[in-house]
Design a protein around this ligand. Structure first.
Ligand SMILES: [Zn+2]
Length: 317
């Protein structure tokens, strides 16, 4: 029977329900937790996060995938407490958002060392928590091209994915040719990889989303809600209709089985103010209504938010 690793233990893919596939309990640059300006007590983080997860659950949300990775504020003991309190399944990630957020200990590590780290977090657990990672995060460092360290992390992720059967999720879909070359060299089927952020306002015209899909990759429209219409538009902002049209055009080309959608929101941002008013619940308050208004039926909504994530997250043995 296939399983998905959640922080409270493995569950069957059918138990995931509605999945928010790229979200953050709290994302920050390494060291932000030490900065006086941005200091948050555990109680403050908890108080900011619990209502958002409870609302997610009340809206019909089943599973929250935390795409934070090592070094950016991931805290699995805390996630376990949040999951137990709210009833939301939380999937944690091993791996790194990008080489440029890997702390020196990992930045100097060999591919073999990184593979052992990722595999341990997936099979034995993160630290001594017993909570296992259910996904491997990788990403291209800021600058737009994969660095040598990024490539080591991608290669280690591919090997750990093959050894354990968990999937890979990328931060950014830029420089996809290099990424796909590494996955192919390692023999990782591309339907085990979700290429994220094809829709973000900065990179949307640089990501070759249809080309990646033609290669067999899964495609993440996962920055829904970062809108230029917001009072204080964030860096990745894009006009709401333009992003929606991009998504509808893409699935209209017969690619609905390859897409995943999410809001990439932070329940309690670390070391930055976050985007005011933007939460994972955008999926329910705005995105699903927009999709229905555009003519998508229940079956299509289920494909995007239930069936595709279940197929992606299920551990392949
Ligand atoms: Zn993210």
């Amino acid at each position: 029977m296939p399983k998905v690793n959640t922080v409270l233990g493995p569950i069957a893919p059918e138990q995931l329900g509605f999945v928010a596939v790229h979200e953050h309990i709290g994302y920050g640059m390494p060291g932000s937790e030490l900065d006086t300006k941005w200091w948050k007590t555990p109680e403050e983080r908890f108080a900011e996060t619990i209502p958002k997860l409870r609302e997610f659950h009340a809206n019909g949300g089943g599973t929250f995938v935390d795409a934070t990775g090592i070094c950016n504020g991931r805290d699995v003991d805390y996630y376990r407490a949040l999951s137990a309190r709210t009833g939301v399944h939380i999937v944690a990630s091993t791996g790194f958002v990008g080489g440029d957020t890997a702390l020196p200990l990992f930045a100097r590590a060999t591919v073999d060392y990184l593979v052992r780290q990722f595999v341990h977090e997936i099979t034995a657990g993160i630290g001594s928590s017993g909570g296992r990672a259910g996904i491997i995060k990788v990403g291209v460092s800021r600058g737009g091209r994969m660095t040598d360290l990024d490539k080591r992390i991608y290669r280690a992720a591919a090997r750990a994915a093959l050894q354990t059967g968990v999937p890979v999720l990328t931060h950014l879909a830029i420089d996809a040719e290099n990424a796909i070359a590494i996955f192919r060299e390692e023999g990782l089927p591309l339907d085990r990889v979700l290429f994220g952020h094809v829709d973000d306002g900065v990179n949307a015209d640089k990501t070759r989303d249809t080309w990646i899909a033609d290669q067999g990759g899964r495609i993440g429209f996962d920055t829904f809600g970062y809108e230029t219409e917001l009072p204080d538009p964030p860096f990745w902002a894009r006009p709401r209709k333009e992003r929606l049209d991009h998504f509808l055009r893409f699935i209209g080309e017969g690619r609905i089985d390859q897409v995943l959608a999410s809001a990439d929101a932070n329940c309690s941002p670390l070391g930055w103010p976050g985007v005011k008013g933007h939460t994972v619940n955008y999926l329910f308050t705005d995105l699903v209504p927009d999709l229905r208004a555009a003519g998508l039926d229940d079956a299509a909504i289920t494909t995007i938010f239930v069936d595709n994530p279940a197929a992606f997250l299920a551990i392949q043995n």
